[in-house]
Design a protein around this ligand. Structure first.
Ligand code: AMP
Length: 281
């Protein structure tokens, strides 16, 4: 694996790779990597003709909570080992000046409309603007043919697809299923911040998603939603939302609708850690 800190050097390398017919597959991350991230890298790296580029950049502009940014884990040495083992070809490790040479406000004015008003958008003001800003900039630097994204961040996938549409980009998107721990907890860099007792409880979010899925057609969603919120509170979580939404537009649904592609989404705090997860019904 080749590590680039400077975009110009990486771009020169990728240009030569493109002339030999390679396609650039890109996996943007914020580091503190786990098996969820490497599942994206492996999916890209095992495709013939792909040069796999992973970036690690903890983007300050997408943190609506300053403390969350300051506590965000950094494990670059371990990340390099994991990426090498996963078959990654290029690691882009830029500093802030490389990503934002014209300051943090440059490109911060994207509008994702409805998507930025619902669920994560409503609870994390400015978050998706920051995501759009950094992904647009990274796309400009890497110019990938294909972008690998995790279903774990369902709404983020929708925002990035909308970003690509707004940019008129022909980069395609591959969505990779969520990698989970044995108890169902979706892997996340933030899980490292859970205490041992909190970690032992964290699988409850997944149990709630499974119950939302299995009770489809058996009980009204309002009842299942209440049960989930009560269970989460009993276990010490502070639920932000337990929601049902249409899988294509993310329109909120008050009840199950047969035959409609639907996604269940949960966000909840456990101590100071905010966890999100989702499941297609
Ligand atoms: P992050 O480092 O949190 O910005 O995530 C980088 C990419 O990895 C995003 O596309 C995430 O959706 C994806 N990702 C994070 N956690 C998981 C997981 N448990 N399973 C699959 N993909 C994931």
């Amino acid at each position: 694996m080749i590590i680039f800190k400077k975009a110009a050097a990486m771009q020169a390398y990728l240009r030569t790779q493109r002339t030999t017919g390679s396609h650039i597959a890109f996996i943007p991350t914020m580091g503190a990597l786990h098996a969820g991230h490497t599942s994206l890298v492996k999916a890209a790296a095992t495709k013939n003709g792909n040069i796999t580029v992973c970036s690690i950049f903890v983007n300050p502009t997408q943190f609506n909570d300053k403390a969350d940014f300051e506590k965000y884990p950094m494990t670059v040495a371990e990340d390099v080992v994991m990426l090498t083992k996963a078959g990654c070809h290029v690691l882009f490790l830029p500093d802030v000046d490389e990503v934002y040479p014209n300051g943090f406000t440059d490109g911060a004015d994207r509008d994702f409309g409805y998507l930025d008003t619902v669920l994560e958008g409503a609870r994390r003001p400015g978050h998706f603007r920051g995501v759009g800003q950094v992904v647009a900039r990274l796309l400009q630097l890497v110019q990938p043919s294909v972008l690998y994204l995790g279903q774990k961040d369902y709404q983020q996938v929708m925002v990035i697809k909308e970003l690509l549409r707004q940019m008129g980009s022909d980069t395609t998107v591959e969505i990779i299923p969520t990698t989970r721990e044995a108890d169902g907890l979706a892997m996340s860099s933030r899980n490292r911040r859970l205490t041992e007792p909190q970690r032992a409880l964290a699988g409850v979010i997944y149990q709630c998603l499974v119950s939302i899925q299995t009770k489809q057609g058996q009980a009204p969603f309002a009842i299942v939603q209440k049960e989930c919120e009560t269970l989460l509170r009993d276990k010490g979580f502070e639920p932000e939302y337990v929601a049902l939404a249409d899988a294509e537009m993310l329109g909120l649904m008050s009840d199950y609708e047969q035959g409609k592609p639907t996604v269940a989404l949960i966000a909840a705090h456990l101590g100071s850690v905010r966890l999100i997860d989702n499941m297609m019904l």
